[in-house]
Design a binder for this molecule. Structure first.
Ligand SMILES: *[C@@H]1O[C@H](CO)[C@@H](O)[C@H](O)[C@H]1NC(C)=O
Ligand SMILES: *[C@@H]1O[C@H](CO)[C@@H](O)[C@H](O)[C@H]1NC(C)=O
Length: 143
């Protein structure tokens, strides 16, 4: 009987992994692990974000996967508010790009299973911020 329940549990888990609603993270920073995909958005999105923010999200997908990021929406106060994207190197994080204004327009593939997003805003003015989809893809998959 026990194996039967295990089978049901595993099946449910697999179905959930494939069909479950995409989770969304909107606090100022967070550690996101064990997710194969989801969304990260700036605090208060789609409303304006606050001034003086310093938010760090670390996203870790399966070891054999690389994270890809696709901007759904991106609008920051140009040259004053920034989103930095980093991937985990051997013993540090390596910059993949620093985005401001509406400059994050294309899918970014990190080829690393751990990436970090750092969102910093200055003391005045703000825009609607960003919403970004992240996804783990098998490193060998053609994307
Ligand atoms: C994420 O984890 C790191 C290391 O354990 C910790 O220092 C940091 O505060 C965590 N961040 C959040 C937003 O929970
Ligand atoms: C945004 O992208 C445009 C077009 O690639 C470029 O001309 C501009 O300098 C970029 N702005 C910033 C602030 O990086």
């Amino acid at each position: 009987m026990l194996w039967c329940w295990k089978l049901i549990l595993v099946t449910t888990w697999m179905l959930h992994r494939h069909t479950g609603h995409a989770q969304e993270w909107g606090d100022c920073g967070g550690n996101i692990t064990g997710q194969s995909s989801g969304f990260v958005h700036s605090p208060n999105y789609p409303g304006r974000y606050s001034n003086n923010l310093d938010c760090t999200w670390t996203i870790e997908v399966n070891e054999w996967e690389g994270v890809s990021l696709t901007p759904v929406s991106f609008n920051l106060e140009e040259n004053f508010d920034w989103l930095g994207v980093y991937k985990k190197g051997v013993d540090n994080f390596i910059s993949l790009g620093l985005f401001t204004g509406t400059n994050f327009t294309e899918k970014l593939v990190a080829w690393s299973h751990t990436i970090r997003l750092v969102f910093r805003t200055d003391y005045s003015y703000s825009e609607d911020g960003f919403k970004i989809h992240f996804e783990g893809n098998k490193i060998t998959e053609k994307i």
